[in-house]
Design a protein around this ligand. Structure first.
Ligand code: SF4
Length: 359
C-alpha cells in the first residue's frame, strides 16, 4: 500500500485503486503526502473568499439540486444591489481580500447587466482592491469577457461529473443541460483569461471509483487553476432522492472527498483547492480536515442573513446568521491548531495560473 502512495501519478487504474482502498494507514499516508506537497508549493496559509449567495433563481433543473427550477416549495430571492455592494464593502474592510458571487443560473439580459454593474461597483467601493470570483453558470464567451473586463478575474464552473454518461444521469437530457456546452463554457472561461476552476460531486448514486479517477484526470488534463468539490448531499425535493438507498453513508462520502482533495493536491501541486461547506455539513471539522488534506481556500458565508435560509442546495446546510464556525477569529484559532494561518487582505490567486502563463 505504501508503494501505491509513493508513486502516485496520473493513472486512472492507480487512482481508482487508492480511492477504493479502505486501509486506514493508506488514508493517513495519502493525507500526509498531500500536506507535505501543499506546504512546499503553497505554504500553510489559507485564503479567504467571502461567499455571497446572490440569487436562488435558476433556469436549470439539475436532478441533485435543491434550488432547481421545478422545486416550487422554496421562496425565491435575489439580494438587492445595494445590499450586495454593502456586503462586499464590509468583506473588504474585514480584510477578506476576495469574495465569491454565487447564483443560480440565468442568462437573460437583465441578469447579465446587473452582474456587470455589481462587479464595477464593488471595484469602486474597494478601490479596485477586493478580488472577485464568479460562480454564476454557463454564459457566452462575450459575457464572460465583459465581466472579466469589468473586474472579475476568477470563475468557478463545476463540471459535477466528467463522465458524460453519469452527467446525463444527474441532469435532464436536453439542450439547457448539455455536457458539451458545459465543456465549451469551461474552454471559453480560459479563453477569456479567467483563473478557471471546476469541481465534482463525490458519492453520487451510480458513481464508481473509476468515475472519480476520471474526474481527477479531467481536471489535470484541462489544467484547471482551482477546484471546489464536495460530497454529494441528498435533498428530498429532487429527483435523485429516490436513489438515496444507493448512497454510501455520509461519513464515507466525506472520507472519499478528503481522498479526492489529497490526490488532486498531489497531481496538481500549486492550484487552489477549496474546503467546501458540504464537508462541514457532514462533520463540524470537515473543512479543517480538508485543509489538512491539501485544500488552501475557505469560503465563509457572508450572504445577508435574511436571504441565507433560502439558498437551500441540500439537507442540513448550515444556515444560521454568522454561524460561530465562520467567525474569522474562531476560524483562525482552529486553523492554528493544525499549523495554518489565514492570509488576510490578499486576493489569494492560483499560483498555478501564473506559473503556467510564465509569470
Ligand atoms: S446546480 Fe446550479 S444550475 Fe443546477 S439547478 Fe442548481 S443552481 Fe441551477
Amino acid at each position: 500500500m505504501e508503494a501505491l502512495i509513493k508513486n502516485i501519478k496520473a493513472d486512472g487504474k492507480l487512482l481508482a485503486a487508492i480511492l477504493d482502498c479502505s486501509s486506514e494507514s493508506l488514508f493517513k499516508s495519502l493525507i500526509n503526502k498531500a500536506a507535505i506537497i501543499k506546504e512546499k508549493y503553497c505554504g500553510n496559509v489559507v485564503y479567504l473568499r467571502g461567499l455571497i449567495e446572490y440569487s436562488n433563481i435558476c433556469r436549470k433543473n439539475c436532478y441533485y439540486c435543491g434550488i432547481r427550477r421545478d422545486n416550487k416549495t422554496i421562496v425565491r430571492y435575489t439580494v438587492k444591489e445595494d445590499e450586495i455592494i454593502n456586503t462586499a464593502k464590509i468583506a473588504y474592510e474585514k480584510k477578506y481580500g476576495s469574495i465569491v458571487i454565487q447564483s443560480g443560473e440565468r442568462n437573460d439580459k437583465e441578469f447579465i447587466k446587473t452582474i456587470d454593474r455589481i462587479i464595477r461597483k464593488i471595484k469602486q467601493v474597494s478601490n479596485g482592491k477586493l478580488g472577485i470570483t464568479l460562480s454564476v453558470g454557463e454564459q457566452s464567451y462575450d459575457v464572460y469577457k465583459m465581466w472579466y473586463e469589468s473586474g472579475a478575474h476568477r470563475f468557478l464552473l463545476r463540471i459535477e461529473s466528467s463522465d458524460e454518461d453519469l452527467y446525463k444521469k444527474i441532469h435532464p437530457n436536453d439542450e439547457v443541460h448539455s455536457f458539451i456546452n458545459r465543456l465549451k463554457a469551461l474552454e471559453n472561461l480560459k479563453k477569456a483569461d479567467y483563473q478557471t476552476g471546476t469541481g465534482v460531486m463525490i458519492g453520487l448514486p451510480f458513481q464508481t471509483s473509476e468515475h472519480l479517477a476520471k474526474d481527477l484526470l479531467f481536471m489535470k488534463d484541462f489544467d484547471i487553476d482551482m477546484c471546489g468539490m464536495g460530497p454529494y448531499l441528498e435533498h428530498h425535493k429532487t429527483p435523485l432522492w429516490e436513489y438515496r438507498h444507493l448512497l454510501k453513508p455520509q461519513k464515507e462520502r466525506l472520507n472519499l472527498t478528503l481522498k479526492m482533495v489529497a490526490l488532486l493536491r498531489i497531481l496538481m501541486k500549486d492550484i487552489n483547492i477549496a474546503a467546501t461547506t458540504a464537508m462541514q455539513t457532514i462533520e463540524p471539522e470537515g473543512r479543517i480536515k480538508a485543509i489538512q488534506a491539501g485544500a488552501n481556500v475557505l469560503m465563509p458565508n457572508i450572504t445577508p442573513a435574511q436571504y441565507r435560509d433560502n439558498y437551500f442546495l441540500y439537507e442540513n446546510k448550515p444556515k444560521t446568521f454568522e454561524a460561530p464556525e465562520d467567525h474569522l477569529p474562531h476560524l483562525g484559532k482552529k486553523l492554528k491548531t493544525v499549523n495554518h494561518t489565514i492570509y488576510y487582505g490578499t486576493w489569494g490567486d492560483s499560483k498555478h495560473f501564473f506559473r503556467k502563463n510564465g509569470q
